[in-house]
Design a binder for this molecule. Sequence first.
Ligand code: NAD
Length: 367
Amino acid sequence: MTSDVISSKELKKIDPVFGQISYDDHEQIVFCNDKDTGLKAIIGIHNTVLGPALGGTRMWNYENEWEALNDVLRLSRGMTYKSAITGLNLGGGKAVIIGDAKTQKTPELMKKFGEFVHSLSGKYITAEDVGMTTGDMDMVREVTPYVTGISESKGGAGNPSPITAFGVFMGMKAAAKFKFGSDVLEDKTVFVQGIGHVGEALVEHLVCEGANVIISDLSQDRLEAVRSKYNVTIYGGQDLYSEEMDIYAPCALGATINDETISKLKAKVIAGAANNQLAEENKHSRLLQEKGIIYAPDFLINAGGIINVYAELENYDKQEIMRKTENIYNTTEEILIRAKANNVTTNVAALNIAKERIETRKQELAK
Ligand code: NAD
């Protein structure tokens, strides 16, 4: 036996794919490798009961393949429930390309990735995510029709971020109504953490409504730009989680809601754009519930982006995009009421509605 042969006992211990917690019954996982372009990608197809699995491609310099696999599994699962709860006839999928988007992304690599997407015959439809641009999707479009998020000039639906921000704003208003008895955000103190594409557009909505907006970002340039444009306050402290506020809007990275931050949080409502805000879904949504903090589930209120790209497949116009996105208000309200009535967390209430929709469709298909 050579040294790199792993014994079956060792392999059992590793359970590299099906044994992962994040595996969660994925239908298919495709590992893509191309020596010539250096492409190493993983496509995760979580569920296609409601339709083709649509979800963006992320290019990231993962520490190792485990991290990449775990990321794609978590993200594609999230897409299933995001589309289901939003009422879209889409399944959940996502892809990751392992590598540095700044230095390792080439047109050849993107096209090769597109060929892998094409080989799935439409079961998975890609779009842009972190590390990707509309231009990259245009490149993929050269080799496959199974791509969204392409340039408006090529028939795409354009930048999703303002739509995502509008959906977050709608979800935030519904959560505010539930907590404070009114959805008017005038004079409410809202911390927006991360004022990138979505965060800035959210700031604009909040300022129009008369909210007291406080912004934080790692980029001093962004902070200055947004402050001078909207006359909002830059957070000057060290630990925003322990500040008095009405609403915390995470619009930067995931997992900011965790053991440490929950113990300090004084916000009464959490509603933001970031994906996977809860470090551990069950545990942290329960801790928020126990503290009486209303959490508007991220995968529900940040669905504006997927609504926007879905328009490319269904050929509906901007008006319909906005109508569907505005409806996030109603869905959020429904979920918060359900969660209270059934004494479950808002995250569980949202997941249950999404799962019910998938199960109903599954039974219809079986007839
Ligand atoms: P972006 O990269 O344009 O902006 C993110 C901003 O957060 C940047 O300005 C960055 O400097 C800042 N940031 C990073 N770490 C921070 C930290 N620790 N504290 C404060 N600021 C920090 O991204 P975006 O497109 O605005 O997306 C924001 C979030 O929303 C992401 O989590 C993304 O996955 C999610 N999301 C975006 C869309 C969309 O349509 N763009 C759709 C759904 C979900």
